[in-house]
Design a protein around this ligand. Structure first.
Ligand SMILES: Cc1cc2nc3c(=O)[nH]c(=O)nc-3n(C[C@H](O)[C@H](O)[C@H](O)COP(=O)(O)OP(=O)(O)OC[C@H]3O[C@@H](n4cnc5c(N)ncnc54)[C@H](O)[C@@H]3O)c2cc1C
Length: 262
């Protein structure tokens, strides 16, 4: 278990807050090669008596409402020289623990976490890369684009709330980004999949990274399997969150939900 302190916070868009962490035990941080590397952070309810860093034993006898809430967050950037770890949080209002923590975060605030996990990296053996995600996946998409060379081609579908909510994404040279706006979408969960269906893909082989809201990810997965012949079982496709579910509620049903998609 590690912890770090907030160094500074940047507002990247009306809906995304970048929190840059430093210090604490970050000198022991073991970076991963995955561009979707994530930490499992523990967010404390506001009135929890716990203080970071805490040990497992400190949880003994602690009331349920005071216990830390585990949430996964992607490492947007790890600057090993400066020892700074950046995470881009969706600022989705007061509900929950993680997004609201990021919106309140001040220099010196502490966050405890373990990890990193992660498994995707743009494959060097394909002709181009397909990356699809909403705000929760823009950190991973940004880190993936940052890892490309100027000759590497990528097609990105990035979902945000409305015009003006776009986030700066790296473009080493041959990246095409199509922004999709929820407020302009029909109330249909397949709207992101429909945008893909309406797009002519570049020629050649491609790898796939699709993450974000469960229903939207599910529809994209079906579209890629049915219309593009993608082997979705070996692609990096999974839902990061589920509308109208807290992370605890979502984790309880996620496995079953995923099995029903296959
Ligand atoms: C591997 C992995 C990596 C992830 N990386 C990131 C990341 O880098 N940045 C990031 O912001 N999220 C990321 N997520 C998603 C994040 O863990 C969840 O969105 C989480 O539920 C947020 O916790 P919370 O405490 O803010 O809200 P919760 O307590 O889980 O939920 C409260 C309410 O907010 C809603 N909600 C949750 N997330 C969103 C959202 N994104 N937009 C709108 N409403 C929402 C829920 O449906 C619920 O109604 C990642 C998830 C995984 C599995």
């Amino acid at each position: 278990m590690m912890y770090a302190e907030v160094h500074h916070v940047e507002r990247l868009s009306p809906d995304v807050v970048r929190v840059v962490l430093t210090g604490g035990s970050l000198d022991q941080f073991q970076a991963s090669d995955a561009t979707d590397a994530y930490i499992n952070a523990k967010f404390l309810p506001i009135d929890s008596p716990l203080q970071v860093p805490f040990e497992k034993e400190d949880l003994e006898g602690l009331a349920a409402e005071h216990r830390p809430r585990p949430r996964r967050f992607t490492i947007r950037n790890w600057d090993v020289q400066q020892q700074m770890l950046s995470i881009d949080f969706v600022a989705h209002g007061d509900a929950g623990y993680a997004g609201s923590w990021a919106q309140r975060a001040q220099p010196g605030d502490r966050l405890q976490f373990d990890g990193p996990g992660g498994s995707y990296q743009p494959s060097p053996s394909v002709d181009w890369h397909l990356l699809v995600g909403d705000e929760s996946a823009l950190g991973a998409i940004g880190a993936s684009l940052q890892a490309l060379e100027s000759r590497d081609r990528a097609l990105v579908f990035a979902v945000v709330e409305e015009r003006g909510c776009e986030v700066d994404l790296p473009n080493p040279g041959a990246v095409s980004i199509q922004w999709l706006y929820r407020k302009e979408a029909p109330g249909d969960e397949a709207w992101v999949a429909n945008a893909l269906a309406a797009t002519q893909f570049p020629e050649g082989t491609f790898d796939v990274f699709v993450h974000g809201e469960a229903a939207e990810v599910g529809a994209v997965r079906r579209q890629l399997a049915d219309a593009r012949g993608v082997d979705v079982s070996s692609a990096s496709i999974s839902p990061y969150w589920r509308r109208r579910h807290t992370d605890e509620e979502w984790r309880k049903v996620k496995r079953h939900w995923m099995a029903a998609q296959s």
